[in-house]
Design a protein around this ligand. Structure first.
Ligand code: ATP
Length: 872
């Protein structure tokens, strides 16, 4: 149908629906949302918890103990299996909820006309009849019949399989034309590749073409990162190793020592249970989920989980200028015409204020270009606000101050939308082309200035633009030209333009960005600014926010002149890149990565996607960013603020630290337990701890304590150390050494306590109970040691602990009291009550452990200062 007929049929016009009508239609048509893909049932998710080698081994052990008639063991092992499954199930559910909440924070928005005014709404609130504005980088929010297009192309591969963007138009197409040929439609879910346009919504939600495709691609979120994958591989290898050792021990005891099989098997089960860190996967996942939530609380939304680790290793951050380092609250404060410069006064976006100096004949033309070559709108609700590009909002305010009609503006007859590649935009208004853009782009196309006879003095104007830019202002040139055709394209601007004037806009740096840049530099991270803006403006802003080398600027043209090898050195030495286009960003990322840097790169435009994908951490802007950039990124900044990047790096480092702490905590506990058993078997000694008691410790005390580590706040000085090398193994030499040392200390503690108790004539049950309590006491003290990987633990702050640590501590103490004194547990686990003196001996072993570890940590710190020492 022709566009007009569609508008009529949907009961709307070019001004859009009224708010009440839109609400009524929302009621009728429902939200503009695709039906959710079916989720795996709770049962399936629960079942998945048991599809795990560790658990299968435990289940086998339960079966064999049952066959041997050791019912208590069977019961406890099965209880552990079930408990493990339930914990995994609950934690996974919570982690998924956290991710879902993030998804909601990233919900797409759409620009609509309602009651004639431009408005940004949640895309789910769109209804048939709404007029939607679209531009390059948007995902089309609903099926639209286009009513205006300017150089509009859309990528429709997801619907039609056509990989090249298709050009859109307004003309009717034949009834029954295939989707790919319906050029007058923009389909929900497709991506706008170029240009701008407007369309009327004809279908929403499940009624859209994409909604009718039943087999939708579902994106599966997997809670894993390279580190966690590495750990689960490690756990598998460990399990295999443990099984082999267990088999050897079984053979050794039955064949060489002549122990009856049933008895030997129980020992072997104990060994398996002792060696496998059952709680590790669950605790790692929780640590990650907490990191994601903390980042979201600081406006940094993780789209791909592995990047949370990468962020901790970032060594270079490449940031946009406008809106990220600066506020993106623009005000025109200077205009320069042939007559001279004038200062503009006023407040924010208010379209009122004064322009200094005497009246200038160029002002009306300047105001008209500012108002009409403009897609933004100003709105007054308490204060003046912009819908659309803030720079254009500032130009509307200027138009108001110059007395030009900025409110009810006629729609242009044709438009060349702004495109970062050309750096200008132009419209056709009546018989005039009105253009605005970067001075370099427009001055070359102008051949005279308004009010001046003779050719344009280009060098003089370039000098004036330069002078404004050097003050940190963004400079735009405004020009016009008579034109009597009804169409407009780039060729029409080649020559013959009349320069009307320059405007200078200030966009002050964000104070928090200044602090964050300093933080990053202290953390050994290089901060670089990559901007489309003028070199002079970029250098001035770079100096204000504290970049390391603000005087050296590389422009896009300079980059073009360098080959890839030369760019590697130049990119490393430079902190400011100006007048760049998205292609330069991609080359810069690669040049920075070549010598091994881990690069975070921000972006907002549709053409930034390749650079964002290529960067180690691609960061998109939540507010001004296009959907295309967001989908290519790992991280979205809800507030577009550079400070949030620094915060994300801090959290990334913290998560990595905490994952390491969890690993460093759990491995030696298991190591100590299994070594105690192996020693006992090899030397034919009585087991100091029974398999059941080990299960108790592993499933309850260890998990409770390790969970507390997931909540550890950033260590002091987390942003005062250099980034970790990208490929540093998680089990560094220091951690491996630690795991071994602590395993041995745990073995000594368990064994020593047990043997001492026996030597003092204690009952076997009492001696074992002392061994278990010693093990747990040592765990608790070891927890305090592990909490500070980069500093001493035996400090006041260290002793106080976080709420999570204190809760875990209380839980563990309560559990041990129950195990030691509650009759039912005593029966089940073969424990016996201890005297105060005996308890003190257990705690004493823990204190001793902490002391030894503190000495080792100090020694390691000295070792680290030695240049041959490896960093922990
Ligand atoms: P940054 O990369 O720091 O965020 P930016 O995104 O603002 O900067 P671009 O959007 O690529 O950079 O703009 C580059 C230049 O194009 C600007 O300096 C300005 O001269 C010009 N320009 C930007 N927006 C418009 C517009 N809407 N109309 C005309 N010219 C524009």
């Amino acid at each position: 149908m022709p566009a007009d007929a569609v508008l009529q049929a949907l009961g709307t016009d070019g001004r859009g629906l009224s708010a009440t009508e839109a609400a009524a239609r929302l009621e009728r048509h429902g939200p503009n949302r695709l039906p959710e893909p079916p989720r795996p049932s709770a049962l399936a998710r629960l079942a998945r918890q048991f599809a795990n080698l560790l658990i299968v081994v435990l289940i086998l052990a339960a079966v064999i103990t049952a066959l041997l008639g050791h019912w208590v063991d069977t019961g406890v092992i099965l209880a552990v299996v079930v408990l493990n499954g339930v914990i995994g199930f609950v934690q996974e559910g919570r982690a998924e909820q956290a991710l879902e909440a993030l998804r909601d924070m990233l919900a797409p928005r759409a620009a609509v006309l309602r009651d004639g005014a431009r408005l940004s709404v949640d895309a789910v609130h769109l209804v048939p009849g709404d007029i939607v504005l679209i531009e390059a980088g948007d995902r089309v929010p609903a099926d639209l019949r286009l009513i205006a297009v300017a150089n509009l192309t859309a990528e429709e591969a997801m619907l039609t399989g056509e990989s090249l963007p298709v050009r859109k138009g307004l003309a009717r197409v034949a009834v029954g034309a295939p989707l790919g040929d319906r050029a007058a439609m923009a389909f929900s879910g497709t991506m706008i590749a170029q240009g701008t346009g407007a369309g009327v919504v004809v279908a929403t939600g499940a009624a859209t073409q994409i909604g009718q495709i039943s087999h939708m691609m579902q994106s599966v979120t997997v809670l894993t990162t390279p580190l966690i994958a590495q750990m689960s591989r490690f756990a598998r290898v460990l399990t295999g190793f443990v099984l082999v050792v267990a088999a050897l021990v079984l053979a050794f005891t039955t064949l060489l020592r002549g122990t009856p099989f049933a008895e030997a098997f129980i020992v072997v089960v104990g060994l398996i249970v002792a060696a496998i860190p059952e709680g590790l996967p669950a605790v790692l996942t929780v640590t990650l989920a907490i990191g994601v939530q903390r980042m979201a609380g600081r406006h940094a939304i993780i789209r791909r989980l592995p990047s949370i680790e990468t962020l901790g290793a970032v060594s270079v951050i490449c940031s946009d200028k406008t809106g990220t380092l600066t506020r993106n609250e623009m005000v025109v404060t200077r205009i320069a015409t042939a007559r001279g410069d004038a200062e503009v006064a006023g407040d924010g976006y208010a379209p009122e204020g004064t322009v200094g100096g005497t009246d200038d004949p160029a002002w009306p033309a300047l105001g008209r270009i500012a108002a009409l070559c403009n897609t933004a709108q100003l709105r007054h609700d308490g204060s003046w606000r912009v819908e659309g590009d803030p720079m254009e909002g500032a130009l509307l305010a200027l138009a108001g101050k110059l007395g030009a009609p900025w409110q009810d503006r006629p729609a242009p007859r044709a438009t060349i939308p702004f495109d970062a590649r050309y750096r200008y935009m132009a419209v056709l208004d009546q018989e005039m082309i009105l253009a605005k853009g970067a001075p370099e782009a427009l001055l070359a196309r102008c051949d005279r200035a308004l009010g001046v006879d003779g050719p344009l003095d280009r060098p003089a104007w370039e000098g004036r633009a330069e002078a404004i830019a050097r003050q940190g202002m963004r400079v735009l040139a405004l020009a016009h030209k008579p034109h009597d055709a009804a169409t407009l394209d780039h060729g029409d601007l080649d020559g013959g333009l009349v320069l009307v004037g320059l405007v200078g806009l200030i966009d002050p740096p964000r104070p928090e960005a200044i602090a964050a840049v300093a933080d990053c530099r202290r953390a050994g991270i290089a901060v670089k600014m990559i901007t489309g803006d003028h070199a002079g403006t970029a250098a001035a802003i770079g100096r204000q926010i504290g970049l390391a080398r603000p005087d050296r600027v590389l422009t896009g043209a300079d980059i073009d002149a360098l080959d890839d090898d030369a760019l590697i050195g130049a990119a490393d030495r430079t902190d400011i890149f100006a007048r760049t286009s998205p292609e330069h960003k991609l080359r810069l990322v690669m040049a920075l990565q070549a010598p091994g840097a881990v690069v975070a790169m921000t972006g907002d435009g549709v053409n930034d996607a390749p650079a964002l994908k290529r960067a180690d951490a691609g960061i998109a802007m939540g507010r001004k960013g296009s959907q295309a950039a967001r989908e290519a990124s790992d991280l979205v900044l809800a507030d577009d603020n550079f400070a949030s990047i620094a915060e994300a790096v801090r959290q990334g480092r913290t998560v990595y630290d905490n994952l390491k702490k969890v690993i460093a905590f759990l491995l030696p506990v298991n190591g100590g337990e299994s070594m105690s058993l192996i020693v006992a078997v090899l030397f034919g000694l009585i087991l100091p701890i029974t398999p059941l008691q080990i299960l108790w410790v592993n499933m309850l005390s260890s998990v409770a304590l390790a969970m507390a580590l997931a909540f550890e706040p950033p260590e002091r000085g987390v942003m005062a150390r250099p980034p970790r090398p990208a490929h540093a193994p998680i089990l560094s030499r220091f951690v491996l050494w630690r795991v071994m040392l602590v395993s041995v200390l745990f073995t000594l503690g368990i064994f020593g306590q047990f043997q001492a108790a026996m030597a003092w004539g204690a009952d076997l049950d009492v001696a074992r109970t002392m061994a278990v309590n010693t093990l747990v006491a040592m765990e608790v003290f070891y927890l305090f040691s592990v909490r500070y990987r980069h500093g001493a633990s035996a400090t006041l702050q260290g002793a106080q602990g976080t709420p999570a640590v204190l809760i875990a501590l209380a839980v563990v103490v309560a559990l041990q009291v129950l195990l030691t004194y509650a009759p039912p547990l005593r029966m089940l686990f073969g424990t016996a009550p201890l005297s105060l003196g005996q308890l003190a001996a257990c705690v004493g072993a823990g204190v001793l452990l902490l002391a030894v570890l503190e000495i080792d940590k100090r020694a390691a710190a000295l070792w680290r200062r030695n240049p041959t020492g490896e960093s922990a």
